[in-house]
Each structure stands twice: as structure tokens, then as C-alpha cells.
Design a protein around this ligand. Structure first.
Ligand code: PAF
Length: 203
């Protein structure tokens, strides 16, 4: 049974109890709309940790475009059923007010690695990712965190911030999971039209 927790306090009490019992805690940060790529991360976490938390938070800070944020697919009931089937212990699904309470005034900027490639096209995106990942690692207090290699630049940004800020979480990169036609699985694929889906595998 996967327990749904929305508050940091109750989550940290649970994690502290697990740790007192000697458990290694793994976390898979996600924005929901789960697919086999996410589930492969949950499986890796299951194999490499004693307790598994999956987080679902559609992080407004990493979206430059409000329309993109509004259209981001959300279906928590479906996601929860998928996590139950994978034996995930906790779904941590905080609201925006839990992650960014009134007065929140901190940003995590990772220079260098976040600047080229996607960073050059999406100003502020990696700052939003770095800030929320720092928050989620602090909120969950996990010993290991699992990220897909699909988002290669994001993985490098996370590795850099964890090293620079002495965050005691081991970052584990996991292989990209692809559709049979070779297209990397992504929650955003649901928004592609048939012609777009036909050309996307060329990437
Ligand atoms: O890769 C994602 O889904 C997000 O960027 C992450 C790491 C969960 C941060 O919001």
C-alpha cells in the first residue's frame, strides 16, 4: 500500500523512523503523468534502497510559459495506482504552498553546466529545477535519489548542486526508456500530434 503524504512534517517523521530502523531511503522526484521511464526509476530505487518515496510536484518555478504549466498532464489517481503496483512506500505530493510557502525567497543557480543547450533556450528553467530539487532532497532527507539520463543536462545540474552544497544524497542516473520506435518516453509526448510523433524518433 502506497501512503500519500502532502506535508513535510509527517514525511520527515516517517523517514526518521525508517532511518532509526536502519533503512536506506531512496527518492524518485517526478512531476507526475508517470510512464515506464518513471517506473523504471522506481524499480531502480526499489532495488537499491530499503524504502522508496516518489515525489509528484509540478514545479511552477521551472516553467517559463504559464500555458505550458497549465497544460501539463496531471492524474494523481492513475499515478498512485501505478506506484502501488511497483511497491512504492510513499507518494509525497506537496502543494505549491508547502514547497514555496509565503515569504520564500531563495533560488539555487548552478552556473556553467546549466547555461548552454536547453538552458540557452529556456531562461530560468534550470534555476527552477535546481531550486526544487534542493528543496525535495531537504524535505525527503533521502540517501539516494534517482534521475533519468534522458534529461542529461538536468542530471549534470543536479550532480553539480549536490556536490557544491554538500548535500548528503547519492545521485543515481538511470538509462533512458524508449518506445518501440526509439522515441524516449516523456510525459510531454502526450501533447504531440500524430505528424509530430512520426518525426520525433529522429531526435
Ligand atoms: O525531471 C523532472 O520531472 C523534473 O524536472 C524534476 C526533476 C522532478 C524537478 O521538478
Amino acid at each position: 500500500m502506497t501512503e500519500v503524504i502532502r506535508g513535510t512534517g509527517p514525511l520527515q517523521e516517517k523517514v526518521a523512523a525508517w532511518k532509526r530502523a536502519g533503512a536506506l531511503v531512496g527518492v524518485v522526484p517526478t512531476m507526475g503523468a508517470l510512464h515506464d521511464g518513471h517506473l523504471s526509476l522506481a524499480r531502480a530505487a526499489r532495488r537499491q534502497s530499503d524504502r522508496v518515496i516518489v515525489t509528484i510536484f509540478v514545479n511552477p518555478m521551472q516553467f517559463g510559459n504559464p500555458e505550458d504549466l497549465a497544460k501539463y498532464p496531471r492524474d494523481e489517481a492513475r499515478d498512485l495506482a501505478l506506484l502501488e503496483a511497483e511497491g512504492v512506500d510513499v507518494l509525497f505530493a506537496p502543494g505549491p504552498e508547502e514547497v514555496y510557502p509565503e515569504g520564500f525567497a531563495t533560488r539555487v543557480t548552478v552556473f556553467g553546466v546549466s547555461e548552454p543547450l536547453e538552458g540557452a533556450f529556456r531562461p530560468g528553467h534550470f534555476e527552477g529545477v535546481a531550486t526544487v530539487v534542493t528543496k525535495l532532497l531537504g524535505m525527503t532527507q533521502a540517501g539516494r535519489a534517482f534521475f533519468g539520463e534522458k534529461d542529461w543536462q538536468q542530471l549534470q545540474v543536479v550532480r553539480r548542486l549536490v556536490a557544491d552544497l554538500n548535500i548528503p544524497t547519492r545521485i543515481i542516473g538511470c538509462p533512458t526508456i524508449r518506445d518501440p520506435d526509439g522515441l524516449a518516453m516523456s510525459s510531454r509526448n502526450a501533447r504531440l500530434s500524430a505528424p509530430e510523433l512520426a518525426v520525433a524518433p529522429a531526435l
